[in-house]
Design a protein around this ligand. Structure first.
Ligand code: NAP
Length: 367
């Protein structure tokens, strides 16, 4: 009999990408899908004849074999403990960060930690949580180095897309671009205009109180924002804290391997990029490192460290909408032969969010 799988949050950004991927991979043919929403129950589901069910109804949730939630942390905080209290013994696969560090919950990124997932399943664990987008993308790009015991520490300086902040923020970035284009159009139209006049027009547009910025709290277009999420002390943000905490949990490192850096929002749409400095435990020749990275999983793409390949293949534009995780600009840094520099780009809605959830569901179905 097909498993009854509830999909909560299918209207949101991560949920929409998840449903798109499940359609592409034929996952719906293997399950009895139930679509749930906190606001649209009774409406037409995107698939099948059943109406949309209420995601707030414990009675509906208790009928499900597997729950896949892309609804958000508030929903998980409200519903998960109540569900378990009511004796729900099905699997809970979640995109939200709420349960990631909880004991008994596994952060899922199966190309990296399949053994950990299998062991959690064998031990009867039921909560499987997608990792932070930046962390998952970093590990997809370099886990081979970790698995060979080569990593002493990693510093990741991120360039994170607007989509990581939600659909409203993506729209706001486009609104900002439109506003700036409109305010600068007469100066731009005159090819004889001086550089200073162009700069002044752009600066005036950015300083204009009418520039839409309710979501980001500042202009992102023609700008960048070196602060993501809230402060957690010691000068760090929560996004930066996740880099260390989640990567170590996913890899099961003991002792932990330090990961730190500064997380920055930039005006890309849906791909996160990271400039990495990796301190290696020993001096490994670059060609060996390239071999390790190439072989670590089927989705990583090594981009040659030269101009044309880099501009064509190592950018948000090149990677957006694909499962490819690109890594390039590989070089030994001036600090010494143990210091490796690299740049990586991945679609944060695919490997960064929806894909590990979809693959976890497949792992459950194949058991
Ligand atoms: P989202 O787009 O804001 O969607 C969340 C919910 O908002 C939807 O399921 C929907 O719930 C409701 N909603 C209200 N108005 C809507 C509208 N006009 N269109 C669509 N949905 C609307 O959230 P998200 O970015 O997908 O994130 C979901 C979870 O995944 C969060 O916990 C987030 O932290 C996590 N996550 C996000 C990313 C990312 O890149 N965004 C990456 C990794 C993990 P109802 O149907 O119940 O109204």
């Amino acid at each position: 009999m097909k498993k009854r799988v509830g999909i909560i949050g299918f209207r949101g950004m991560v949920g929409s990408v998840l449903v798109e991927r499940m359609r592409a991979e034929g996952d719906f043919e293997l399950i009895e899908p139930v679509f749930l929403s906190t606001s649209q129950s009774g409406g037409q589901a995107p698939l099948g004849n059943e109406p949309i069910r209420s995601a707030l109804s414990l009675e509906e949730l208790l009928k499900l074999d597997v729950i896949v939630s892309c609804q958000g942390g508030d929903y998980t905080t409200q519903m998960h403990p109540e569900l378990r209290k009511q004796g729900y013994s099905g699997y809970f696969i979640d995109a939200a960060s709420t349960l990631r560090m909880a004991e008994g919950a596994t952060i899922i990124l199966d190309p990296v930690n399949r053994a950990q997932i299998d062991s959690a399943l064998a031990n009867g664990h039921k909560d499987f949580i997608g990792g932070n987008c930046t962390v998952s993308l970093m590990l997809m790009a370099i886990h081979g180095l970790y698995q060979r015991g080569l990593v002493e520490w990693v510093s990741s300086m991120t360039y994170q897309a607007a989509s990581g902040a939600g659909a409203k923020n993506m729209r706001e970035l486009l609104l900002q671009l439109g506003f700036i284009a409109e305010r600068t159009s007469s100066v731009v139209a005159n090819a004889a205009e001086s550089a200073l006049a162009l700069d002044r027009a752009a600066a005036n547009a950015l300083a204009d109180a009418a520039l839409p910025q309710a979501e980001f709290g500042a202009p992102l277009a023609l700008n960048l924002l070196p602060w993501i999420d809230k402060a957690v002390g010691e000068g760090a943000t929560r996004e930066e804290w996740k880099g260390h905490a989640e990567s170590n949990k996913i890899l099961g490192n003991d002792p932990e391997i330090p990961v730190d850096g500064i997380c920055v929002r930039v005006g890309a749409m849906r791909c996160h990029s990271q400039g990495l400095t990796i301190k290696l435990k020993r001096d490994v020749p670059l060609d060996q490192i390239e071999g390790i990275l190439r072989e670590q999983n089927a989705w990583v793409k090594l981009v040659e460290n030269e101009r044309q390949a880099t501009l064509a293949e190592l950018s948000p534009k090149a990677v957006s909408g694909s499962l490819t995780v690109a890594i390039g600009r590989l070089k030994k840094l001036r600090m010494g032969p143990h210091y490796l520099g690299a740049f990586t780009v991945g679609d944060q809605l695919l490997w960064g969010a929806a894909e590990p959830l979809r693959r976890m569901l497949r792992i459950l179905l194949e058991r």
